[in-house]
Design a protein around this ligand. Structure first.
Ligand SMILES: Cc1cc2nc3c(=O)[nH]c(=O)nc-3n(C[C@H](O)[C@H](O)[C@H](O)COP(=O)(O)O)c2cc1C
Length: 197
């Protein structure tokens, strides 16, 4: 199983990034391969000038094409997901998430915006034709404490439990998803079936 992890925070020290790191580690412990991207690693010029042929964007697309699922996390910015993430999602083709299972996550300063995943992020993922979007996770800043120095960040126990449950469902949904049939293979199967119509 292959998962692409996409972080939408422009900040280097990032709570939504902590959620992704935790998820990545947990998924890897279950034998899932995770390829990680952060929006801030994409050349800003490519994003702001909408360069659809940006090598870094094409590389992301190739990994998504090969993946079973997408893990995506964003900070809440002005009651929506981050603008930086939008500039990247805008460069993906319309069916980029076809056949993919998506687990969306967001962190915000206040629970007033806990529905951002549902009203802001999911419609965009839906426009990219995600096959299945899971419930999603919203975490308030107070539930994620950065560690001192090199110490690991701490998640509130309730958040940690929700995260593990969501990741369990994510793996289950990826295992169940019908695999797209490669066109060449479909043709070969139809020919070898020797059906007469
Ligand atoms: C420019 C900006 C706008 C923000 N707007 C909101 C907001 O509308 N609602 C909210 O709950 N938190 C808001 N926040 C707080 C962030 O969503 C929150 O701190 C989040 O965890 C940051 O994620 P990150 O550390 O991954 O960047 C805002 C933060 C910034 C920097």
């Amino acid at each position: 199983m292959l998962v692409v992890s996409l972080g939408g925070s422009p900040s280097l020290r990032s709570r939504s990034g902590v959620l992704l790191e935790r998820s990545q580690r947990w998924l890897q412990q279950q034998g899932v391969e995770v390829v990680s991207y952060q929006v801030r690693d994409f050349p800003a010029e490519d994003l702001l000038h909408a360069r659809f042929d940006s090598p870094k964007v094409l590389d992301l697309l190739q990994q998504i094409e090969n993946a079973d699922g997408l893990l995506i996390a964003t900070p809440v910015y002005k009651a929506s997901f981050s603008g930086a993430l939008k500039t990247l999602l805008d460069l993906l083709p319309e069916r980029a998430l076809n056949h993919k299972i998506v687990l969306p996550m967001a962190t915000g300063g206040s629970i007033a915006h806990m529905l951002v995943v549902d009203y802001a992020l999911k419609p965009v993922l839906s426009a990219l034709k995600a096959q299945e979007m899971l419930q999603g996770i919203f975490a308030e800043d107070s539930q994620i404490a950065y560690g001192e120095g090199s110490a690991a960040a701490q998640l509130a126990p309730a958040l940690e439990q929700r995260l593990h449950e969501a990741l369990d469902q994510f793996i289950g949904a990826m295992a169940r998803r019908p695999k797209p049939l490669e066109p060449g293979l479909l043709n070969e199967r139809l020919l070898s079936a020797r059906w007469s119509i």
